[in-house]
Design a protein around this ligand. Structure first.
Ligand SMILES: [Zn+2]
Length: 99
């Protein structure tokens, strides 16, 4: 994430509290796009830390996924859901499962 790499398949555990469980990325069913511009807000943490300047989603900057934007609409058109709508938003995350 810190290197701002867009990525899909990654055999890793989910970034979540509780016992380890496979991420949907481990099944190739999720894509993370521009992680710095679209950080994951896990409680008080910003992941990656370099994404702190993109936490204010009302200030659009290039590379950001935003509701109604072309990136979010393109994934929605194929039935994939956006983590930017979660209670702890993961703006970089798009998945076929919604998880
Ligand atoms: Zn993801």
């Amino acid at each position: 994430m810190a290197a701002d790499n867009t990525s899909a398949f990654n055999c890793r555990y989910a970034v979540a509290a509780g016992p380890p469980r496979w991420s949907v990325h481990a099944y190739g069913l999720a894509v993370d796009v521009n992680p710095v511009e679209n950080p994951y807000l896990d409680g008080g943490r910003v992941l990656p830390a370099g994404g702190a300047r993109y936490v204010d989603r009302s200030r659009y900057q290039p590379g950001m996924a935003v509701a109604g934007g072309v990136l979010v609409q393109a994934f929605a058109a194929i039935g994939w859901r956006w983590g930017g709508r979660w209670a702890s938003p993961d703006y970089q995350h798009f998945s076929a499962t919604g998880g």
